[in-house]
Design a protein around this ligand. Structure first.
Ligand SMILES: Nc1ncnc2c1ncn2[C@@H]1O[C@H](COP(=O)(O)OP(=O)(O)O)[C@@H](O)[C@H]1O
Ligand SMILES: [Mg+2]
Length: 301
């Protein structure tokens, strides 16, 4: 499912629609002094919003901003898994800084290595996708200790769905609450994804209606647009609007309901395979080979 996918720092700027103002706002928060003159030990800015609203995309956009590029000595991108495990986060920081995979498994050594790498340097760290976690408070305090050895002008940006996470990690600063795309940008994104050469004349008008029903949530726009890109006739588009999508509108921008549109038409055996993945914790990494062997052993395929 798209919700747990790993992110990276690279972004094709042409692919980002709208969000220039959001990017500038976040950059200003990064470079501005902290709220209310409160002295912070570590300067942290949070982007908060529902799943699929575009938090990771905005963080990538900020990460690749020219001002951000030239202001810092080190740029570090970390995709946090649901565990918020410091070993994993420190390993990822080290890998990002040194371009080498670290298999250091001793936390004490690892934190010393990271300290050595960032010590006195002005770094920009992105922690993408921080989840609520029972040990978050404790783990964050530990991590903060390591991060504090950077130069004072260092900055940390993180994304999360949860305001309470923003309060724990984000210190005293108000988080940046990210809302949906502007309706015209949502429509632009929809057009880019859904329309293909060879589609019948007349699908545009239906597309406009459907795009409005996507609640300006980019993940929804992309998912729905992707489903429609396969359909060529006005009849198919109309049926999608009236039957498949009509049942959804009462949920507004409920992501799960939307993703179900991709799930429902699957072959029953594929549904089993897909549902099986729910047994793993979110953010779990599994290789395709191992998973296929399990499916075979269970008789699913
Ligand atoms: N401004 C945008 N322009 C184009 N596509 C976007 C934009 N924002 C998000 N998307 C797309 O929508 C999907 C969800 O965005 P993402 O940043 O992963 O959301 P979040 O991190 O909030 O869950 C991704 O496929 C992303 O490429
Ligand atoms: Mg994300």
């Amino acid at each position: 499912v798209k919700r747990g996918r790993e992110t990276w720092s690279f972004i094709n700027k042409d692919m980002v629609i709208g969000r220039d103002r959001d990017r500038d706002n976040v950059v200003n928060m990064l470079f501005g002094s902290s709220n209310n003159g409160v002295v912070e030990t570590l300067s942290v800015v949070a982007i908060v919003g529902i799943g699929g609203i575009g938090k990771s995309t905005l963080a990538q956009y900020v990460y690749n901003d020219e001002k951000v590029k030239i202001k810092f000595d080190l740029h570090i991108w970390v995709w946090a898994t649901q565990n918020f495990d410091n070993m994993e986060i420190l390993q990822k920081i080290l890998a990002s800084v040194t371009d080498e995979k670290s298999d250091q498994g001793v936390l004490d050594m690892l934190q010393r290595q990271v300290r050595r790498q960032i010590s006195g340097k002005k770094y920009f760290l992105v922690l993408d996708n921080i989840w609520d976690h029972q040990n978050l408070c404790l783990n964050w305090a530990e991590l903060q200790n390591v991060l504090l050895c950077g130069a004072p002008a260092s900055r940390t940006l993180f994304t999360t769905r949860s305001e309470s996470v923003a309060r724990i990690v984000g210190t005293k600063r108000n988080p940046y609450m990210l809302s949906g795309l502007a309706p015209e940008d949502s429509w632009l994104l929809f057009q880019r994804i859904a329309f293909r050469p060879g589609q019948e004349h007349g699908v545009e008008a239906i597309g406009k209606e459907i795009a409005r029903m996507c609640g300006d949530v980019p993940l929804v726009v992309r998912t729905i647009g992707g489903l429609l890109a396969e359909k060529c006739t006005v009849k198919e588009w109309g049926a999608f609007r009236d039957d498949e999508f009509a049942n959804l509108s009462e949920y507004g921008s409920n992501i799960i309901e939307t993703l179900k549109l991709s799930y429902n038409p699957l072959d029953p055996r594929l549904k089993l395979c897909f549902a099986y993945c729910a047994l793993f914790p979110k953010g779990w990494t599994f290789g395709p080979r191992g998973l296929i062997l399990i499916f075979i052993a269970l008789g699913y395929v």
